[in-house]
Ligand binder design. Structure first.
Ligand code: IPD
Ligand code: CA
Ligand code: CA
Length: 255
């Protein structure tokens, strides 16, 4: 199955790369920050058509077209274009993210970093890889020496879960914070030992399903901001190398 997930993630990624910096329509979803393009929809349709052909009984949760429930133990969780704002503005950081669950347990995950042509993969219990190279989280245990990454939800003006205060706090207790604009890539960079930690407060299942497994299979830890286990429907996530996890939980809740 992982080989098929890789093929369809790359196929969708190729459609997106072809359209990069060309003309496409942009619509607003909920506000001026929340966009969807015709390319998001085209990529998602390509992925869903493939699943329907290859695995007609499987259920699907996809960002742009919602849920297609089937009485199957398998569910595909799809973000056809993670990083739409970057894509729409011509910033080359965006990905395709696809996770497959069996009875609510993610069994494989693929994130395709389109412009770098890097494919991140994980199969439950079998490790995580980037273009075939084994991934490992880093071993840093000092938060003050950590490079962190976060994201802001589209309703940041409402300051959900005190996102702004948390950001202010983490800025002064770490080495620095980045905001890449693709949650799926943020997870992969934790898995690859680049970032020590990633947190965000308003994610959706398609943003985190594949990335969570990739971090876990690279030896990292993914919980909510209180350090508790989560499923893919948790809005809050904290993904780290495991070593700075407790310190991050403490600081994220310390203001
Ligand atoms: C968004 C990106 C971003 C994160 C947002 C997500 P989208 O996904 O992952 O990094 O901060 O919360 O919604 O809308 O580009 O698929
Ligand atoms: Ca997304
Ligand atoms: Ca998306």
């Amino acid at each position: 199955m992982i080989e098929k997930v890789k093929i369809i993630a790359k196929t969708a990624g190729n459609i997106i790369r072809e359209a990069y910096r060309k003309n496409f329509d942009i619509e607003l979803k909920t506000n001026e920050s929340n966009l969807v393009t015709t390319i998001d929809k085209e990529a998602e349709k390509t992925i869903i058509d493939f699943i329907k052909k290859e695995y007609p009984t499987h259920a699907i949760i996809a960002e742009e077209s919602g849920s297609q429930k089937n009485f199957s133990e398998y569910t595909w969780v799809i973000d056809p274009l993670d990083g739409t704002t970057n894509f729409a503005h011509g910033l080359p950081i965006f990905s395709v993210s696809i996770g497959v669950q069996k009875f609510n347990d993610t069994i494989c995950g693929v994130v395709y970093d389109i412009m770098q042509d890097k494919i991140y993969t994980a199969v439950k219990g079998k490790g995580a890889f980037c273009n075939g190279r084994k991934l490992n989280v880093n071993s840093n245990s000092n938060l003050r020496r950590s490079l962190l990454v976060t994201g802001f939800p589209y309703d940041i003006d409402e300051n959900p879960n005190s996102a702004i205060q948390r950001f202010n706090r983490m800025l002064v207790v770490s080495r620095g914070i980045r905001r890449l604009g693709s949650a799926a890539i943020d997870f992969c960079y934790v898995a690859d030992g680049i970032f020590d930690g990633f947190w965000e407060v308003h994610l959706n299942p398609w943003d985190l399903c594949a990335g969570k497994l990739i971090v876990e299979e690279a030896g990292g830890l993914v919980t909510n901001l209180n350090g508790e286990n989560i499923d893919i429907f948790s809005k809050e996530i904290l993904a780290t190398n495991g070593k700075v996890h407790e310190q991050m939980v403490k600081e994220l809740n310390s203001f």
